[in-house]
Design a protein around this ligand. Structure first.
Ligand SMILES: Nc1ncnc2c1ncn2[C@@H]1O[C@H](COP(=O)(O)OP(=O)(O)OP(=O)(O)O)[C@@H](O)[C@H]1O
Ligand SMILES: Nc1ncnc2c1ncn2[C@@H]1O[C@H](COP(=O)(O)OP(=O)(O)OP(=O)(O)O)[C@@H](O)[C@H]1O
Ligand SMILES: [Mg+2]
Ligand SMILES: [Mg+2]
Lengths: 227, 227
């Protein structure tokens, strides 16, 4: 469903050159439940941003459903993201002036669904992450973990084929984190959605069926495991 | 060294009343290494913000070094914070237009020290959290865990008597997280600094000598342990 082919992401040049991602090649199949693991600063967010079409590689190719995204217009990329990809950001990226409900509804604005329907789907998605009573709160009226869960609900509400989650349980206690992982496991099984997480959390690690390890921007290990 | 006496923090009123903290009383002694633990949304950030003088209680009293802070001017509170308290925010709160080095130096601007000295202390503090090569990067040129470590370096550089850390390892891998905890343990022992963490991380929990549990804004347990 998605693939990085010799993808690199460089910043600066000459003496200040930083290879955030370095000649990275990996392929993900539909239905996978994969963790991208590596130390702080190793390139996880960079890799996920490329796969999620939020950023462009300096060299190499990103493919979604076998189709290369090189040279696509930013409108075309937005279209693919809107329909196929759900993204949970490491720093949430909620809209400060919108309520939790409106933030989640935003994800459905390209869906062509009627407003009454999107409102209901958004409310349901928030209830599933335990925020059913907090629909009207704005982000600055929510705790860190509550904001993280709004970001999660927003990504899951459109039942995307590819769900990319950048440290989705960092601000959650283990009970809440497990509830979120159960939700994702269900979506993975019922909809054959592909899940790609970066994490430092052992609880997420142990649910992974495949672990891809990154160090200094490079792929160092790729291991399938029996779940 | 600090104390909450029947402290409450309410938002809204009537039907929308939220008791983020509810009649919370706790005393911390110099040299403690204490974890505040509780589910997402239970009131940890709220409690830490009151103890760190970043917020005012709706009712009840906050005391620092036995002195009540009720009715102190915002200038007086800033003075106490500047000299006695180091705070690591759950969402880092770095200044976007300043480099990592400048962000850390900011914490020393009330110290009366010479600029050459503060520059050196800041560089040292960043080296201790593994960021010695990244002094000139701005926050948006750093990974999530690197930003978290700048926030940590900034809080530690002034060797405060009271260090308050809101989920300081949330974005760190276990090796980096342990390095940070070792640093804090050293400061705790060498300077008799009081450490108060909120965390969901079992690695931080197990180093705690005292665990205070919070649920729905209320104190539910307070347990000393042998380290
Ligand atoms: N401005 C506000 N208006 C209304 N409720 C608020 C406001 N700010 C915080 N709250 C509520 O107060 C409660 C405590 O929030 P707090 O941020 O202290 O939780 P926390 O324990 O730090 O959670 P987490 O582990 O998710 O960071 C939460 O239920 C939150 O929704
Ligand atoms: N704009 C930039 N300019 C220079 N270097 C950058 C920039 N953005 C990121 N980097 C560097 O790229 C590397 C990879 O960053 P990335 O955010 O992908 O790490 P990460 O694995 O997600 O780390 P964490 O676990 O801390 O979130 C880091 O060393 C970071 O400092
Ligand atoms: Mg990251
Ligand atoms: Mg919090």
């Amino acid at each position: 469903i998605c693939e990085l082919e010799n993808a690199s992401r460089h910043y600066g040049s000459g003496p200040t050159l930083v290879k955030a991602l370095d000649d990275f090649s990996v392929t993900f199949q539909p239905g996978e439940f994969t963790v991208l693991s590596g130390p702080s600063g190793s390139g996880k967010t960079t890799a996920l941003n490329l796969i999620g079409l939020l950023d462009n590689p300096t060299s190499g190719v990103v493919k979604i459903d076998g189709q290369s995204t090189a040279g696509l217009s930013s409108r075309a990329l937005t279209e693919i993201r809107g329909h196929k990809i759900g993204f949970i950001f490491q720093s949430f990226n909620l809209v400060p002036v919108l309520s939790a409900l409106e933030n989640v509804e935003l994800a459905l604005h390209l869906s062509g669904l009627d407003e009454g329907v999107t409102r209901e789907l958004a409310a349901e998605s928030l209830a599933e992450v335990g925020l059913g009573d907090l629909l009207d709160r704005r982000p600055n009226q929510l705790s860190g973990g509550q904001q993280q869960r709004v970001a999660i609900a927003r990504a899951l509400v459109k039942k995307p084929k590819l769900l990319i989650a950048d440290e989705p349980t960092a601000n959650l206690d283990s009970k809440t984190g497990n509830q979120v992982l159960d939700l994702m496991a269900r979506l993975n099984q019922e909809h054959d959605a592909t899940f790609l997480f970066s994490t430092h959390d052992p609880m997420v690690m142990e649910r992974a069926r495949r672990v891809v390890k990154i160090l200094d921007g490079r792929l160092v290990e790729d291991e399938k495991r029996g779940a």
